[in-house]
Design a protein around this ligand. Structure first.
Ligand SMILES: NC(=O)c1ccc[n+]([C@@H]2O[C@H](COP(=O)([O-])OP(=O)(O)OC[C@H]3O[C@@H](n4cnc5c(N)ncnc54)[C@H](O)[C@@H]3O)[C@@H](O)[C@H]2O)c1
Length: 342
């Protein structure tokens, strides 16, 4: 039996617990949450023991933990798990600084334990299909790609961790680390970053909730990010333009595209697996299964710390570019994002 624990028994931690409970050979043995009621409620629902201290869960004979606490705790808890000899699937964003990311990677290397980061958008079937079409030359040479993610996040209170940039990392980390990841999956290595930050909340004026950025890829193509948690009209789109065609992702599982060879716009529907349907509430099942198998088969996890660290480097470069009003160059010696095989 592969024994797992969850650190952070909020919405997302319980989502992982539901998925893990559905994987054969996996047993959820405990939850650690700073709030005992949250740990207890999760234990009541999924089994296992409740704890308030993550180190107590780490000492409770677990093979791996899923870290789903607020972002500012990811580094400390990931490092403590390595010291306890426990594998880690840590939620995005990996850490809030590059020093944190480096320490997380080093700790798991030293311990010989596995570390994966929850860049869950890589598990979407329509992104995988879009990348296969791009690689097959359907759209020609990549010219540009983009992610627009505008919405309104009404945080419960100005004191909530999500709207404190020191605790969450701001929108660049909390939402947009997914979108940065998607653009890297499409465009590859990022060599420079420019960005401009916006601050729309009067109750939390230092919370960076809005930005636009341009990432330049190694081969000269570029990626655009347009993000806001302060937009009163929700509007989202991810897509790409090539020398022979254009495509965008629509809804959960559609690709809409037009190329020089098609007669009008075409639609491809990428069938959702049963567990991917919203009513199944098992959105993270593929991701969680992938990490469990990586531990059991003693292989490198699909999304390594070194890979996810690049997203943090880009998010921080967006803020630096905005503050310095300068293009920030990045070292192109960076891992390419790897897509899952599940
Ligand atoms: N990959 C994804 O798609 C995705 C989706 C949602 C959330 N997330 C990530 O998951 C994490 C949690 O998000 P959420 O929506 O569940 O947040 P949440 O606020 O609902 O839950 C966080 C939980 O952590 C607990 N907590 C606070 N400090 C703690 C500590 N020191 N140790 C242990 N527990 C502590 C809180 O009491 C709360 O129960 C965040 O890092 C978020 O970015 C990822």
């Amino acid at each position: 039996m592969f024994k797992v624990g969850i650190i952070g028994a909020g919405n997302n931690g319980k989502g992982h617990a539901r998925c893990l409970s559905n994987i054969e050979g996996v047993k959820v043995v405990g939850f650690a949450d700073a709030v005992m009621d949250a740990a207890q409620a999760a234990s009541d629902e999924f089994g296992g023991k409740p704890f308030t201290k993550h180190n107590d869960l780490l000492g409770a004979d677990v093979d791996a933990v899923w870290i789903s606490s607020p972002n500012f705790m990811h580094a400390e808890q990931t490092i403590d798990a390595a010291k306890a000899g426990v594998h880690v699937m840590c939620e995005k964003p990996m850490g809030l600084t590059l020093d944190e990311c480096d320490a997380m990677i080093e700790a798991h290397k030293a311990a010989g334990t596995k570390l994966m980061i929850g860049q869950s958008t890589r598990y979407g079937g329509s992104l995988k299909k879009l990348l296969d079409m791009l690689a097959a030359g359907v759209f020609g040479r990549l010219i540009a790609c983009w992610s627009t993610r505008l919405g309104h996040y009404a945080a419960p209170s100005p004191g909530h961790w999500r709207v404190n940039p020191k605790l969450s990392g701001g929108v660049k980390m909390e939402w947009e680390i997914h979108e940065i990841d998607v653009l890297r999956c499409i465009g590859g290595k990022v060599t420079s970053v420019y960005g401009s930050m916006g601050y729309s909340r009067e109750d939390v004026p230092d919370y960076d909730d809005t930005f636009a950025a341009i990432l330049t890829f190694e081969d000269g193509a570029f990626g655009r990010l347009d993000a806001s948690q302060g937009a009163r009209i929700g509007f989202s789109n991810r897509g790409l333009m090539g020398s022979k065609g254009m495509a965008y992702l629509h809804g959960r599982n559609e690709i809409r595209y037009k190329t020089d060879d098609t007669n009008g716009m075409q639609t491809i529907e990428v069938p959702l697996k049963e567990h991917e349907k919203p009513e199944a509430k098992l959105a993270k099942l593929d991701e969680d299964t992938d990490f469990v198998r990586a531990c059991q088969e003693d292989r490198e996890p699909t999304i390594t710390g070194e890979d996810a660290r690049v997203n943090i480097e880009i998010a921080l470069a967006i803020l630096n570019a905005s503050e310095q009003k300068q293009v920030i160059p990045l070292d192109a010696n960076q891992p390419l994002p790897k897509m899952p095989e599940v």
